[in-house]
Design a protein around this ligand. Structure first.
Ligand code: GRF
Length: 226
């Protein structure tokens, strides 16, 4: 057994709002299925509801309110200093609604991942569910990707799909996709924590030492994080 498997991976999670993906990650940790230690949760909004659960669980929570800084560089300097004080091996963006500059992202190259509620490269950015409906898609889904300076454009490695129903609104579709997000993120983090997942020098994703040509698709009926 390697050291990466036996020692929990230190993780910092960034959120802006509800924090349900963070909750799924915490659930997986508490059942022992995820070998990570969440060292801190950082929010950019003081009123983010998602800060409550980690605080109650005794996880350090920090607010770095972007509106209190004169601009993005100053905000990101404060954010980086705080993140780095926790010495994370992985930075997890879980509904963090600030665009990060390429300079910031480069500091965490290969150890920063994000979840996006669409089947990237389709529908980067906001309002993904309404856009999928407007485009008449029969399937929607979510994607986990390494973060690069290209917003929602970093190398994707794990996806889950859901059917789009005739009766769907953006809200019902978002709910169905979110259930899949909660399966995807703990699994992606577990792969990383176990040393199975990496970004190579060319910016390609390696899983178990092999380059992924396409994101893996998590089957609807598979167990997500065992
Ligand atoms: C999720 O849909 C995620 O894909 C997107 O923002 C949303 C965050 O939801 N990036 P939550 O805060 O994790 O509940």
């Amino acid at each position: 057994m390697t050291e990466a498997v036996t020692r929990p991976l230190p993780v910092v999670v960034l959120i802006s709002g509800r924090g349900s993906n963070l909750g799924a990650i915490m659930d997986a940790c508490s059942t022992g299925r995820l070998p990570v230690e969440i060292r801190a949760v950082i929010g950019n909004r003081p009123d983010a509801p998602g800060l409550q659960r980690p605080a109650l669980a005794g996880i350090r929570t920090v607010v770095i309110d972007h509106t209190c800084y004169p601009g993005r560089p100053a905000f990101e300097r404060a954010l980086q200093l705080t993140i780095d004080s926790f010495r994370p091996g992985l930075l997890v963006l879980a509904g963090f609604m600030r665009i990060l500059t390429p300079e910031f992202v480069a500091h965490y190259r290969g150890r920063i991942m994000n979840i996006h509620p669409s089947l990237l490269p389709e529908f980067p950015g906001l309002n993904t569910h309404q856009r999928a409906l407007d485009a008449g898609r029969e399937e929607a889904g979510a994607t986990i990707h390494f973060v690069t300076g290209d917003v929602d454009g970093g190398p994707a490695f794990l996806q889950a799909r859901v059917p789009v129903l005739d009766s769907d609104t953006a809200a019902t579709l978002a709910d169905r996709v979110l259930q899949q997000e909660h399966r995807l993120y703990p699994l992606a983090i577990r792969w990383f924590a176990e040393g199975r997942l990496a970004l190579d020098e060319d910016g390609r994703v390696l899983l178990d030492g092999r380059r992924l040509e396409h994101p893996l698709l998590l089957a609807a009926d598979s167990e997500a994080c065992t």
